[in-house]
Design a protein around this ligand. Structure first.
Ligand code: PTJ
Length: 243
């Protein structure tokens, strides 16, 4: 039982929930360590959404709205942290949702699908094929989903798969607290923010954006700007950490 007055209460509650999801087999054990890396970067960001991240979130919404066939790719961490935030985003953006895993097993795909469906998400089903130019299980996806998407929103992604999706000519929007990661640098757009702050912000932006604004946001998109802006926030906080 975590005491409510603990200064890190929220973080401890999230960790406890993730440990439970790991025991249930939704989250991979590797996902727990990935979460720890994310927490460290979020500390540096001050655990809040920066102005540049907010613009990136609005741009992500614009890209989803303009895409011909947007797909939200959900892994274990995304499901464990934000299962209840996916259905509102799906409704606001019109995107398909596919479960796609790095540490892939049929059992985990099944468990994550059930968790998402229990939270109102319409999850794409079908038989997966080896369609991405990658070795091992990471190549598997749905022909009617990620394979034929023009845009994939894939939070907390592995660098190789992000690069493979880009190689296939797709736009990749990611949410990644580490602005130095290969995914962050390879994606079309990187939202450097914590997943559970980023997804509701993208959802909120969807109904607010008209076509003209969407086109302008996409035309102005400069991913390096978003990465540099996030690093500047971290540098600034480090510079004044002991003031
Ligand atoms: O469920 P699976 O099998 O598909 O596996 C998922 C993980 C996350 C284990 C897999 O994709 C992986 O190994 O990812 P990486 O390469 O560790 O990348 C995850 C990135 O997400 C890292 O750069 C973390 O800093 C970042 N991250 C972790 N937690 C959060 C986050 N970014 C945003 N919000 C978070 N809560």
């Amino acid at each position: 039982m975590i005491p409510k007055e603990h200064p890190r209460y929220r973080s401890l509650v999230v960790r406890e929930r993730l440990a439970e999801f790991a025991r249930e087999g939704v989250l991979s054990l590797e996902g727990l360590t990935a979460h720890g890396r994310g927490e460290a970067f979020d500390y540096l960001l001050g655990e809040s959404t920066s102005e540049s991240a907010r613009l990136a979130e609005r741009t992500a919404a614009a890209m989803l709205l303009l895409a011909r066939k947007p797909v939200i790719s959900v892994n274990g961490n995304t499901a464990a942290l934000a299962a209840d935030q996916i259905a509102p985003l799906q409704q606001a953006s019109g995107a398909l949702v596919e479960v796609n895993l790095f540490h892939r097993t049929e059992e985990r795909i099944e468990k994550i699908t059930r968790l998402l469906e229990a939270n109102g998400v319409s999850v794409l089903s079908g038989s997966r094929e080896r369609l991405l130019p990658l070795p091992h299980g990471r190549a598997w996806c749905l022909r009617d989903g990620i394979f034929s998407a023009d845009l994939v929103l894939v939070p907390l992604e592995d660098g190789d798969r992000c690069a493979a999706l880009r190689q296939m000519g797709k736009d990749v929007v990611t949410v990644d607290l580490n602005p130095l990661s290969r995914t962050a640098r390879n994606a079309t757009l990187t939202v450097v923010d914590e997943l559970t702050r980023a997804l509701p912000e993208i959802t909120r932006s969807c109904p607010e954006i008209g076509k003209e604004e969407a086109l302008k946001l996409v035309a102005d998109l400069d991913n390096d700007y978003f990465l540099r802006a996030a690093m500047d926030v971290m540098k600034e906080r480090l510079a004044h950490a002991l003031d």
